[in-house]
Design a protein around this ligand. Structure first.
Ligand code: H53
Length: 801
């Protein structure tokens, strides 16, 4: 059906009729999307089955990536591209007068993640499949993904996301592979002749039903699986309140928690975590046992990855199954568990390191709690042997302390590998945050700098730039992204620079049109498109960006001779619904936009745009159009960042702190091709230690700062003077935890340099091309190879198209 355009057209029309019960003329765009999606999934299925059969017959080691988030983005376009049939399908459809891009718009964005963590997981799946690596994602099939953001009078309003409303063409329900999960109840301990045994009685059972989605590799035959678990009632008993049982059960997979690096501490979240872990591990072991006899050798065939602390219950759950179900001794089970599991830490923010109160944990997961207690006791005994009498140290490292279960400690003790996500982050883990663990397990700690899939963020999002690069250096880099380095030889080629400028301009026009349509703001294509898109969080410092614009506004108003290179400041960000400060920053951006964009003189040179409902599909329009990438977190706080890499790959220049992967970007492209500013991580950590920072001093001594901070509360940006009081308080009363005022002057200086640099067009274009040529290192293919070789010990399974 996809062998040539005509056969495709014929099959498409036939399928449209049979699926939708309508003729082509009456069909809607959505009908067409569903028809095409179904055809593609069917086309994928033989490769999918083939891949699974191959994995079974070759019986090579496989990795299972457990993650509470997978931020996939739309799949139709990416699948067509990876299958190598996009051009043919596009042509066929256009002969039917259908534009593929319009059909793609009908696909809801599967938003099963909040931000970096979930998007990284999605990039990893794409790389695993493309590299023919046997690796699968295990997650939750949230009925409602991350909320849809509406802006009403400048305020964020959250609406439930509804990606499943019209069904999901990519998924296959597998009821035969459902498993039962037990919550609540009590544990009966039996003393038999050959030892203890445990029985979980009076538990509430929930059925976990898998929905599988294919993960198609790029131009290979490998199709891996993303398995998403759905919670359903197990069986109804005679004296049961059926309705409330059904409601409570289904609630487990109703919503994705809309917090990013915040720990909401909800019992439902703990339920979600155990639900994911228990269903995944039960199934992984069942499928292992089909091909293998001895669970003592599980780790030779299976690697299980814990993505952040959310799936850390994998440690006690695997222990439970090995001991209670498979009959292994504690020591045998511990050996298998620690050799099977590995863990990635994604943050050092203390509010994100999950800790569960025992009073919630123990009744919900009684057997799991017992096992954690035992792990903790044995671990503390080891510590006691090593550090006799050092109570404080042991208390600090314990898995259970002060009535809390510390998930990061559990993950570290129960895994064979612990990695951070950028060099500086891994160093901070080793030398500070997890220093005491590093001292006893130095061999476990390692770094895996994050990456992004260039197939989505360059090939799919920016076909114009992709073509240009292919014209300049051929297409080997598509399979081997490090070869983008070949572009470096052409950076000074005037024709290439001109063509790159034309591509950038075209993409800016496309984005400008979206902005005009959605925001009703007309932006200047010749202005610098200066972009900050990411979750809203104090440490990411959108506020610093805002204060800079407030300063520019004042400057332009006060000094008639002041001239600057025109700029369009573009923001996109969702705030966690309960995060008061973050929501106020969104409101502030809107109040600022209102003032700037409506001022006759100021709006000639600057514009402020907030793009509503930032998500993967919108990101695909934004990155290709950016000139400047804002990566301005307080040094040491952003573990890696991955937006920085997407901008770089699309030829934007970074304004950034020496934080996360910004540092490695700088090392790759050279200091002269990035605009860095602000405190270093070392300086920030020192301030935090010695408590010598006084934000008030900066407020008093820098008039520019005093003016903008005063404007937050003197009615300049809001009639209600209290509107932005929380923001002003964060800076002055709370002593500016994220060093916004400390870095202000340095940020203003570097932004001035950006303005001047942009005027030297030739040089700017060269710098942009240098950024692109070094972006290959930041492909997730490199990252995944490192995980495969150094952590999981898995090898490609030979399936080539
Ligand atoms: O993970 C990204 C990093 C980023 C970090 C982010 C993250 C979340 O999105 C959610 C929870 C969490 O602990 C960390 O903030 O710096 O790039 C992928 O590693």
């Amino acid at each position: 059906m996809f062998s040539n355009k005509d056969r495709f057209k014929e099959a498409f029309l036939k399928r449209l009729e049979s699926m939708c019960g309508k003729g082509f003329e009456e069909s809607t765009k959505r009908d067409q999307y569903h028809t095409l999606g179904n055809m593609i999934r069917e086309y994928i299925s033989s490769k999918w089955i083939g891949t699974n059969e191959l994995y079974r017959s070759e019986n090579k080691k496989q990795v299972y990536y457990l993650s509470i988030e997978f931020l996939l983005g739309r799949l139709l376009g990416q699948n067509l591209l990876n299958l190598g049939i996009k051009d043919m399908v596009e042509e066929g459809l256009s002969e039917l007068d259908i534009r593929l891009s319009e059909i793609e718009e009908c696909e809801p964005d599967p938003a099963l993640g909040n931000g970096g963590l979930g998007r990284l997981a999605a990039c990893f799946l794409d790389s695993l499949a493309t590299l023919n690596l046997p690796g699968h994602g295990y997650g939750i099939r949230y009925k409602h993904g991350l909320f849809d953001q509406k802006i009403v009078d400048g305020y964020q309003v959250e609406l439930p996301e509804q990606w499943l409303r019209h069904g999901n063409v990519w998924e296959v329900r597998k009821p035969d592979e459902a498993v039962e999960i037990s919550f609540w109840g009590t544990i009966e301990t039996n003393y038999a002749n050959n030892g203890l045994s445990f029985k979980h009685v009076g538990a509430e059972k929930v059925l976990a039903v898998p929905y599988d989605m294919p993960v198609v590799g790029y131009h290979v035959d490998t199709v891996n699986t993303l398995r998403l678990w759905n919670a359903e009632p197990s069986s109804f008993g005679p004296n049961q309140d059926v309705l409330s049982y059904k409601r409570d059960t289904e609630a487990i997979t109703d919503f994705l928690y809309p917090d990013d690096t915040h720990d909401e501490g909800k019992i439902l979240r703990l339920k979600q975590q155990y639900f994911l872990v228990s269903s995944s591990i039960q199934r992984i072991i069942a499928s292992y046992k089909k091909e293998n006899q001895n669970v003592r050798e599980l780790h030779h065939s299976v690697a299980i990855h814990i993505n952040d602390t959310h799936p850390a219950l994998a440690v006690p759950e695997l222990m439970r199954i090995l001991i209670d179900v498979e009959g292994l001794t504690w020591d045998e089970a511990w050996d298998v568990t620690t050799n099977t599991l590995s863990y990635t830490n994604h943050t050092i923010l203390s509010e994100a390191l999950e800790k569960w109160p025992i009073y919630l944990f123990k009744p919900l997961l009684p057997r799991i709690f017992m096992i954690i207690e035992e792990i903790n006791e044995r671990f503390c005994a080891e510590l006691w042997d090593r550090y006799p009498g050092e109570w404080e140290r042991i208390e600090h490292m314990a898995i259970i302390a002060h009535d809390l279960v510390k998930m990061a400690h559990l993950a570290i003790v129960g895994s064979s590998s612990i990695n951070g996500v950028a060099k500086i982050h891994s160093d901070i883990l080793k030398n500070r945050e997890m220093k005491s663990f590093y001292e006893i397990y130095p061999h476990k700690f390692n770094n895996k700098t994050n990456g992004i899939t260039h197939r989505r963020w360059l090939l799919k999002a920016n076909p114009e730039l992709t073509e240009l690069i292919k014209e300049a250096i051929g297409d080997e880099w598509v399979k081997q992204p490090e070869k983008l380095l070949d572009l470096k030889r052409h950076v000074y080629n005037p024709a290439l620079k001109e063509q790159f400028a034309a591509v950038k301009r075209k993409r800016k026009e496309i984005l400008a049109k979206k902005i005009a349509d959605k925001n009703g703001i007309i932006v200047d294509i010749d202005s610098i498109f200066d972009v900050q898109v990411k979750r809203l969080h104090a440490y990411k410092r959108q506020l610093l960006n805002v204060l800079h614009i407030m300063y520019l506004y004042n400057r332009i108003k006060e000094d008639p001779k002041y001239t600057i290179q025109p700029r369009t400041f573009i923001f996109g960000a969702k705030a966690s619904p309960t995060y008061y400060y973050a929501k106020k920053v969104i409101k502030l951006i809107h109040s600022l936009a209102e003032k700037v964009n409506n001022d006759p003189r100021v709006s000639q040179v600057i514009k402020v745009v907030f793009m509503e409902n930032y998500r993967v599909s919108l990101a695909e329009d934004i990155f290709p159009a950016a000139d400047v990438s804002e990566q301005i977190s307080t040094a040491s706080k952003e573990a890696s960042g991955t937006g920085n890499m997407k901008f770089m790959m699309n030829g934007a220049l970074t304004v950034g702190t020496l934080d996360g992967a910004n540092i490695e970007i700088m090392e790759a492209i050279g200091k002269e091709n990035i605009f860095t500013f602000g405190l270093t991580a070392g300086e920030v950590l020192k301030y935090e230690e010695n408590g010598r920072y006084r934000s008030m001093e900066y407020y008093h001594h820098d008039l520019r700062i005093r003016q903008v901070v005063d404007q937050l509360t003197n009615g300049f940006y809001a009639e209600d003077e209290g509107e932005f009081g929380a923001i002003a308080d964060s800076l002055l009363v709370q002593n500016d935890q994220y060093f916004v005022l400390r870095d202000f002057a340095s940020y203003i200086d570097v932004q001035e340099k950006v303005g001047t640099a942009y005027q030297h067009t030739d040089n700017w274009l060269e710098q942009a091309l240098i950024n692109i040529s070094h972006s290959g290192y930041f492909s997730s293919d490199r990252t995944i190879r490192e995980y495969a070789e150094n952590i999981w010990n898995i090898e490609p399974v030979g399936v080539r198209m």
